[in-house]
Design a protein around this ligand. Structure first.
Ligand code: SAH
Length: 340
């Protein structure tokens, strides 16, 4: 019989599995307590669970986490994680004032092909399953502590793996599991329009971030060839639908500033016109240098000017200087070095 990853199960499914073996519901609470609150990865350690049941669980399920191969950087830390089949992803823990944000990967590699992003180099290897995404949070939690916020801004395009990402979000927000607030979970997309509509219709109450990065369709096609299958107008229509379905929840627009590419003040004006009449927040991300990418970061002074130009037009804009630059843990730099 093939083994199943325990983290794929929700509470109801475990209750059913137990009921089929004549076991009562409170056993599910006991097992979940061990797994999600005590971080036990071995059924034999569940001392209040009868031994035959422990054996039955161990015969069917594995509790394997991805192995943390390496953690670099302080206080923002990049963790290199390896799954049992040998694939590797990265996850970043970012300390905020009084809590942690984890930046999770949704895929191994990425198929989007964004020119400025390190995760795009090498293409897509495979999707992560829901249980593997949950395992990523658990493994880093064991090392660092409990997260409050999760952002799907690591490797991969979450809306290209939507079913698994949504199942993972349901697990992570389930009070029997991690009990995180959906409001503290952000799904960041390169702009897969059908996925935005699907996410809006699911009523999950998570935050949406959209990597816009360009103000014309031709510029967006150059920079984000995979995502620019849809026009900016179609993308913004999907964002508007999302804000309507979520009763006015703003959409965060991420805009990677690249010197001489998309950072002129005229481009700031265009950006303001594009997003101004939506419930929005604009997050400006000064480009983080990655290998093989022929782009440059604008000067801090110019970044400020671009931001001010937006604000003068009523745009709610801020600059995100990635805390992880010094450890290459910053946005778009998540790529597993084959030699590491
Ligand atoms: N595929 C998703 C999530 C991963 S990328 C998405 O595109 O949103 C997370 C963020 O990092 C995106 O906003 C992306 O535009 C940004 N990013 C990618 N490469 C970058 C780089 N080299 N410097 C700064 N930000 C980058």
């Amino acid at each position: 019989m093939s083994m199943e990853l325990f983290y794929e199960l929700n509470y109801r499914q475990l209750v059913q599995w137990l009921a089929a073996r004549g076991e009562r519901r409170y056993r599910a609470d006991q097992v979940f307590q061990w797994v999600y609150h005590r971080g036990v990865t071995d059924f034999t350690q569940m001392t209040n669970v009868p031994s035959p049941l422990r054996q039955a669980l161990a015969a069917q399920f594995t509790l394997t986490w991805p192995r943390i191969m390496k953690s670099t950087g302080q206080p923002t830390t990049k963790h290199l994680l390896e799954y049992p089949d040998g694939v590797r992803v990265e996850c970043v823990s970012i300390p905020m004032d009084s809590y942690y944000t984890f930046c999770l990967s949704s895929q191994v590699g990425c198929a989007m092909g964004c020119r400025f992003c390190a995760s795009a180099q090498g293409g897509l290897q495979r999707n992560l399953t829901a249980g593997e995404i949950v395992g990523q949070a658990l493994a880093v939690q064991r090392l660092i502590g409990r997260p409050r916020n999760l952002v799907f801004m690591g490797m991969g395009e979450p809306l290209a793996n939507l079913d698994n990402v949504v199942t993972a979000i349901k697990r992570l927000t389930d009070t029997h599991i991690l009990g995180l607030s959906p409001r503290h979970i952000t799904v960041s997309t390169a702009g897969l329009v059908p996925g935005i509509y699907r996410l809006a219709d699911m009523d999950l109450r998570v935050e949406l971030a959209v990597s816009l990065n360009a103000v014309t369709d031709s510029q967006r096609r150059e920079l984000m060839p995979g995502a620019a299958r849809w026009s900016i107008a179609q993308l913004l229509a999907a964002c508007r639908y999302f804000t309507q379905k979520t009763e006015g929840q703003p959409v965060t627009f991420e805009y990677v500033l690249m010197a001489g590419i998309n950072d002129s003040l005229e481009e700031a004006d265009r950006l303001a016109r594009l997003v101004g009449d939506l419930r929005h927040h604009v997050n400006l991300i000064p480009f983080n240098p990655v290998n093989h990418a022929d782009f440059r970061r604008p000067t801090p002074k110019h970044v400020e000017q671009f931001c001010t130009q937006l604000r003068h037009q009523g745009i709610n804009a801020s600059v995100r200087y990635s805390k992880g630059t010094e450890v290459a843990a910053a946005c778009g730099q998540l790529r597993v070095d084959v030699d590491s």
